[in-house]
Design a protein around this ligand. Structure first.
Ligand code: NI
Length: 191
């Protein structure tokens, strides 16, 4: 396995639409090694998720995992999940305001509106069907990662630029209110 370089805001690769992966390509040794690298790179950077396009591979694959993550100590855990060719559909109209950051957008966070309930269809790394409903922060993370596969970054979706903040100022001025709000959401809808 290898740690890959993560593309940063402004690199054109982040603005591409990633292409679908077929079953033969997914099963290949090269793609399976790539998925190992994607996971290793996500963990090394303490990310909650990482899309292939962020490591310069424009294919529709992303990894998501929240353990004891120092970047996001308030986040409920998400077991390691690899989504291949994911298709997301909001369930109902409810939305919530999520404070997001991104490994490709250094030292910036901002408030993004996300669907609270989400139907997820995808393959896992072995080509098995994933068909599930996710909620709350987990749904927000899925939407952030799948946006990457369409060349969309969270900064594109920040409706009020005045919410933009560095990580230090987030911790100082915004974190307590956000954690209180998000804790209420997680208690109500799960994750
Ligand atoms: Ni991101």
């Amino acid at each position: 396995m290898a740690i890959r370089k993560i593309a940063q805001l402004g690199h054109p690769v982040l603005r591409q639409r990633a292409r679908e992966v077929d079953r033969d390509e997914l099963a290949s040794a090269a793609t399976q090694r790539f998925i190992d690298d994607l996971i290793e790179t996500m963990r090394d950077a303490s990310g909650a998720g990482l899309a292939a396009i962020q490591v310069y591979e424009p294919v529709r694959i992303c990894a998501i995992e929240v353990g004891d993550n120092p970047r996001y100590p308030y986040k409920p855990r998400i077991p390691l999940t690899v989504l291949v060719n994911p298709v997301l559909t909001p369930v109902g109209d409810e939305r919530f305001d999520n404070y997001e950051g991104c490994l490709s957008v250094p030292n910036l966070r901002g408030v993004v509106s996300r669907a609270t309930h989400l139907h997820v269809r995808a393959w896992d790394r072995d080509g098995n069907e994933i068909d599930e409903i996710v909620h709350g922060l987990k749904a927000g993370t899925y939407q952030h990662e799948v946006d990457h596969l369409d060349g969309v970054l969270f900064v594109d979706r920040v409706t009020d630029p005045r919410t933009l903040t560095t990580w230090t100022e987030f911790d100082r001025h915004h974190k307590d209110a956000f954690v209180a709000r998000i804790t209420e959401l997680v208690a109500r809808v799960g994750s």
